[in-house]
Design a protein around this ligand. Structure first.
Ligand SMILES: [Zn+2]
Length: 94
């Protein structure tokens, strides 16, 4: 919360120790956001709780790791597409 001090308003992090980590995480997050705007986003794998810090020039990274989440999502999308095609064929066949 903001508190008045000699240098104007001072932001103090006043939290119990068990919540300290969460606060520091938020502060680190804000720091990254400031230094690399638009480069930090959640991994597109909804089952994944990691975040992507995009270093690509085109800023198109979508997964925390292409090897894990990237491949998993691609495989799942492919499966969904195959299933969708089959369903459409079934409907068309009746
Ligand atoms: Zn991920």
């Amino acid at each position: 919360m903001p508190r008045p001090s000699e240098s104007g308003i001072e932001w103090r992090v006043d939290v119990p120790p068990e919540r300290r980590l969460a606060v520091e995480l938020v502060l680190a997050w804000a720091d990254v956001k400031e230094r690399m705007p638009g480069r930090l986003r959640p991994c597109e794998n909804s089952e994944c709780r990691l975040f992507v810090l995009d270093h690509s020039r085109a800023n198109t990274a979508r997964w925390c790791s292409m090897k894990t989440c990237g491949n998993r999502i691609k495989a799942r999308r492919h499966l969904a597409r195959v299933r969708e095609t089959r369903r459409t064929e079934e409907i068309a066949g009746t």
